[in-house]
Design a protein around this ligand. Sequence first.
Ligand code: SF4
Length: 188
Amino acid sequence: MAVQRQQIVVERLFQNYKMLIGRVDTRCHEIESTLSGHMACHRGCSNCCMNISLFPVEAIGLRLSLETLEAEEKEAIVSSALHAKKEGACPLLDGDGACRLYGDRPLICRTHGLPILFEDEAGVRKVDFCPDNFGGLTSLSGELMLDVDALNQMLTAVNAAFCESLFQGHPPFDRVTISDALQLELDV
Ligand code: SF4
C-alpha cells in the first residue's frame, strides 16, 4: 500500500511535465514527418548529445528513470556520469552513440536536429539547426520551426510548480548537469 501511495504521489508530481513532453513530442513528430526527406538524423548520431544542465523537474525525473534499468546498465551509466566532463558528451550515450534513457530524455533532447527559433543576447530572433540537415532546402516555413524560448518558458513554469509541491519553493539546486542528475540521492 505504501509503495502504491508513493507511486501515485510521484505520478502527480510529474503530471504537468509529462503533459508538456506529450505536446512537444506531438509538435516534433509533425515537423519531422514534413521534413523527414531533408533530415540526416538517425539512431547512433550523437552530435547534439552534450552533458547539458537540467531543472530539478527534469533532473529528478531522469534520476527516477535510471531506477527502471537493470543493475548492470545502471552501474555502467553511473560510472560514465562519474567521469563525464561538464561540457563534454552526455553520459547517457552508449557505445553505439544511442541514448540509454531515450524514452525519458529531457525536453530539449526531443528537439535535436529540428529547426529552432530563438532570441540571442542582443534580442535578435535567429534560426538554428544541425548542419547535416536541410542541405537541399532554400527556405523553411516558420510553421516548421520550434520556438525554443516559448518551450523554455513553459518548462520554467512546470518546474516552478514542481519545486513548490516537492520543496515548498526551495529546491536544493537550480540546475544540475545530466551527469550530476544521474548521481542524485533520491528521497521521494
Ligand atoms: S539524454 Fe539522451 S538524447 Fe539527451 S543528450 Fe543525453 S544521450 Fe542525448
